[in-house]
Design a binder for this molecule. Structure first.
Ligand SMILES: [Zn+2]
Length: 359
């Protein structure tokens, strides 16, 4: 899914299957079956071939089929990018914590395929947790170990890999969109079991964790956020930017003082998903335009998967990428029924036919 690009290397074959799994993070079971129709072909083809008549397979077969021998997604680990930052000691092997800036801690979960990153941003009065991860490790215990301040939570969006620890926190900021409300109900084991199944986790899971019981637990948004709202932590102010596109409730956080932009799944250095149920291409495009305008106001982009930092200049590249996709003749590959446009450090997946063809 989300590796390969930052190293500037071609996608190895097993990567073909990887992105499938990130796709599935937001799909229901029914959608999965439909989606699986095109997933066995492996090698992407040039634009607009007939869809391959591949057999429907279970998603678990997809996971197991993504590589042979040692050719697994975790072979990409550890990622070199993390070595630039100081590792923070804490008590749970499941997490890796790195200090990106003073008081800005990246909480990385490299043991599961998503390689999700949550961020703890500590002020003098409170700390803010931007996403709560997979719900495999104990995020509440971790944050209590990392700071003695009260911890408030805000989610970059409510896909399962970003809200896993929400249930353990009382103060949660979020949107009042129906999409968020639906996800507050949690997701039953059957819908998320796959994500902790074979091929998805390579690291020892914490004592007490059982993949057989894994689910996305319900939580309650206690405070509704609005675009432009400033969350003051004491000496640190974070501006909320509602940035729909990847998901309806996607949002970014801007630290103007320290010139940091936390982008969640809106932007990370790999394959971006503009094709999921709930994704809206035109919104994503507008969001990319808005973020590009911040390129002069920030130095560093902090994404929610794989690696903790990207240069602000990539924000311009993101906007340019969305522009380029609309241009006739821009090449893409058809991958499992979706169009993938490759822009080097990242690529973008959209449905086929593309959303703009219906405008
Ligand atoms: Zn997501």
């Amino acid at each position: 899914m989300t590796r390969g690009f930052s190293a500037g290397q071609p996608w190895p074959m097993n990567e073909r299957a990887m992105w499938f799994h990130r796709v599935t993070t937001a799909l229901g079971v029914a959608a999965l079956v439909i989606f699986s129709l095109g997933c066995q072909t492996g090698v992407p083809t040039e634009a607009a071939p007939e869809p391959a008549a591949a057999p429907v397979t279970s998603d678990n077969e997809q996971v197991q089929g993504r590589g042979e021998g040692k050719d697994q997604w975790w072979d990409a680990l550890p990622r070199a990018a993390w070595s630039a930052f100081e590792r923070v000691e804490q008590g749970q092997d499941w997490f890796e914590v790195y200090e990106i800036r003073p008081g800005v801690l990246a909480i990385y979960e490299p043991g599961q395929f998503e390689e999700v990153i949550s961020y703890l941003i500590v002020g003098t009065e409170r700390a803010l947790l931007f996403d709560t991860g997979l719900g495999i490790g104990d995020m509440r215990r971790l944050t209590a170990e990392l700071t003695d301040r009260e911890v408030i939570v805000i989610n970059s969006h409510t896909h399962y890999d970003h809200v896993g620890g929400n249930h353990a926190f009382e103060t949660i900021y979020g949107t009042d969109l129906d999409y968020t409300s639906e996800h507050e109900l949690g997701r039953p084991h059957e819908e998320v079991a796959e994500f902790v199944g074979e091929g998805w986790i390579w690291k020892q899971t914490p004592e007490g964790f059982s993949a057989d019981d894994y689910l996305s637990r319900p939580f309650t948004v206690s405070h509704v956020v609005e675009d432009g709202q400033v969350l003051a932590l004491g000496g640190v102010e974070l501006e909320v930017l509602l940035t729909p596109g990847h998901a309806p409730d996607s949002l970014c956080l801007l630290d103007r003082e320290r010139r940091l932009l936390f982008t969640g799944d809106t932007f990370y250095p790999a394959t971006l998903y503009a094709h999921l149920p709930g994704s809206t291409f035109s919104d994503y495009e507008r969001t990319a335009g808005r973020l590009a305008e911040l390129a002069d106001a920030v130095d560093v982009v902090l994404p929610a998967h794989n690696e903790p930092t990207m240069p602000a200049s990539d924000l311009i590249a993101l906007r340019d990428a969305f522009d380029a996709m609309r241009e006739e003749g821009t090449s893409f590959v058809l991958t499992d029924g979706s169009r993938e446009y490759d822009f080097g450090r990242f690529s973008i997946l959209v449905s086929d036919p593309p959303p703009w063809s219906a405008e």
